[in-house]
Design a protein around this ligand. Sequence first.
Ligand SMILES: C[S@@+](CC[C@H](N)C(=O)[O-])C[C@H]1O[C@@H](n2cnc3c(N)ncnc32)[C@H](O)[C@@H]1O
Length: 315
Amino acid sequence: MADALGLDARVRPVTVAGVDYLNIEGDDDLLTRVVSEASGAFALFGSADGLLRPTALERRRPYSDDLVTIQKYQGKTNEQFTHLLLNVTAALAKRPQALLDGSLHVLDPMCGRGTTLNTCLLRGIDVTGVDLDKKDFEAYQAFIATWLRSHRLKHEIDASQVRREGRTLGRALELETAPTKEDWKAGRTQQVTYLNVDTTRLERVMRRTSVDVVVADTPYGVQHGSHGDKLDRSPVQLLERALPSWHDTLRTGGTVGLAYNRHVVKPAELADVLDAHGFSVVHGHGAPAAGLDEGAFRHRVDASIDRDIVVARKG
Ligand SMILES: C[S@@+](CC[C@H](N)C(=O)[O-])C[C@H]1O[C@@H](n2cnc3c(N)ncnc32)[C@H](O)[C@@H]1O
């Protein structure tokens, strides 16, 4: 992110009293803000005369973080990884600063039970999620309604049917909330929309060029009990059908960031399918983002998932 914003920062791993840290040098005021939003930032210290001085993280977290930690279910995308995918994808968009000022609109077109929805809400970012799975939609609806009530947050929730040309395409959940009563009164609110429709037909239900960033944890091609991959086990075939409408929905200069399982799809295959649908890869096969190795984010989730991410830009 610092690179994308043109900040001059030198980063190196160091060990102090047996504990590993990242040492970051730079003198731009914005640097603390950027580092604070990093998915791996747990604590921040200034250093003077060899001593570490605790420094407050400067991050936008208008809601309490149990929003992303309470839910546990098979096939849930790890919440720290969800922050990472969002950060990297937004950093490589044309307007990376939108992530910091909260003016970003995010789409997760395969949102499951809503880890991205809750991660965005936690960070004060408007978000739309899409999933075809009725049980996931209902589970999210039940969870968020209870969470908002138990935290006594002012909110409005509206559930409706999505209808086009006399046909029902699915269901929609629209919610608006604010961190405090004062914010609610002043209209400083966040919006979350969940569309229980097929992601390959989004052009029928979403406005063109209405989102800045698309992030998705694609199906892993492995069975996750009752959740996860049952609707479409091949991410490439699914992407072939879904990318045209995701492209339509995304603003020019916006990015799509996908998490995928290298055991079921090759990085070159993904780059080809993205390229064929009008995106150019800005981090992935043959195109590492500035300052990164191609496999910078690759990691093993379990024996059947070798996870990596690809980010591509529209225009
Ligand atoms: C890896 S899971 C996402 C998990 C999610 N990030 C979470 O933490 O709950 C992939 C999702 O893609 C959804 N999916 C597969 N094919 C779809 C389609 N054609 N339209 C919409 N969603 C689809 C599945 O229902 C599944 O929830």
